[in-house]
Design a protein around this ligand. Structure first.
Ligand SMILES: Cc1cc2nc3c(=O)[nH]c(=O)nc-3n(C[C@H](O)[C@H](O)[C@H](O)COP(=O)(O)O)c2cc1C
Length: 315
């Protein structure tokens, strides 16, 4: 399998980890990236969505993550991705448990049905054979109850190449804490590499997850949104303080990259706002910046004001 022991990975996060953010994370030291979840039936009906699936070589190794309910549909979507994008891996999302997705019987809903998980894994592995593209899966412990062992068994029997586990139940959302003990349990029984995800809050937690669970790789999610420098910190084994001006410059850099694949600059300026909010969290000037930038009309004005703020807050 492609995943090497010790890798630190940018977690897939819908609305955030499109090409620009993945590029940033790789430059800051992430070893691997994932796209956010992309609907398999959507791919078949409307084609591969550029906004989510566009990537540059810099983001490699990259996993294109898809989700769905029907094994044939997922396999067909995987085939299309393999042919058209040639990613380093394809990942199936069996974790997303938001009501909108659960209602369709897809993703996290399948955690209740390991037989279907096995069938999906088998079918997708079959179509990927000629391409030599590995297949990975991202799971939770279960939906309502923990049936991790049955889920893992289904994936392994289906021929999965690696498993990422966010050790919470689907019904928990992000409540409570990620149960790292279950990462250790999974690692013990798995013949394929295990990637741990959940509650890594600083670079020392990355070390701690490796040490206490023996996972092969660690994924960083929410912390990588407010502090993508966590990847550099882990490499250097030291804290890095990133001033506000540098954070705003980073927002501008991300925006410039977004212009390459967003349907319009206006859309990019609109959608970068959630990334901006994350990156300037916790600074006393955040409120002023947000209240000005978030209500502004027009992308040109947005960029001009962003540059003004960079000047203003450079010390
Ligand atoms: C805003 C947001 C969007 C997410 N989108 C996805 C997704 O598209 N696919 C997926 O497998 N996991 C998704 N996740 C889950 C993360 O990949 C990760 O497993 C989870 O946040 C736990 O890790 P953390 O504590 O480091 O954030 C998302 C999480 C967040 C916060």
């Amino acid at each position: 399998m492609v995943i090497k022991r010790g890798e630190v990975i940018l977690a897939p996060m819908a609305g955030y980890t499109h090409s620009a953010y993945r590029r940033l994370a790789r430059r800051l030291g992430a070893d691997r990236t994932y796209t956010e979840l992309i609907s398999a039936p959507g791919i078949l009906h409307r084609g591969i969505p550029k906004k989510y699936a566009f990537f540059t070589n810099e983001e490699r190794p990259i996993h294109i993550q898809i989700f769905g309910r029907n094994p044939q549909e997922i396999a067909e979507a995987a085939l299309k991705i393999a042919k058209e994008l040639k990613p380093d891996a394809i990942d199936i999302n069996f974790g997303c448990s938001v009501p909108k997705v659960l209602k369709t019987g897809a993703a996290g809903k399948l955690l209740e049905n390991p037989n279907v998980i096995k069938e999906i894994t088998k079918e997708v592995k079959e179509v990927l054979k000629p391409f030599d593209i590995p297949l990975t899966a991202k799971i939770r412990l279960g939906l309502e109850k923990d049936n991790l062992e049955q889920i893992a068994e289904a994936l392994i029997e289906g021929g999965i190449d690696a498993i990422a586990l966010h050790p919470r139940l689907g019904k928990q959302g992000y409540a409570g804490t990620a149960n790292w003990k279950r990462l250790a349990d999974l690692k013990k029984i798995s013949p394929v590499p295990i990637i741990g995800s959940g509650d890594v809050k600083n670079w020392r937690d990355i070390e701690k997850m490796f040490e206490t669970t023996d996972v092969d790789a660690v994924m960083v999610g929410r912390k990588a949104l407010s502090h993508p420098w966590i990847f550099t910190e882990y490499r250097l084994k030291k804290d890095i303080k990133v001033p506000l001006s540098k954070r705003l410059e980073t927002v501008l850099q991300i925006l410039k990259w977004m212009f390459e694949y967003y349907p319009s600059p206006e859309k990019a300026c609109f959608e970068i706002r959630s990334i901006l909010v994350q990156l300037i969290k916790g600074f006393e000037q955040s409120r002023e910046i947000k209240s000005t930038l978030m209500t502004l009309k027009g992308c040109k004005n947005f960029v001009a004001l962003l540059k003004e703020f960079i000047e203003k807050f450079t010390d």
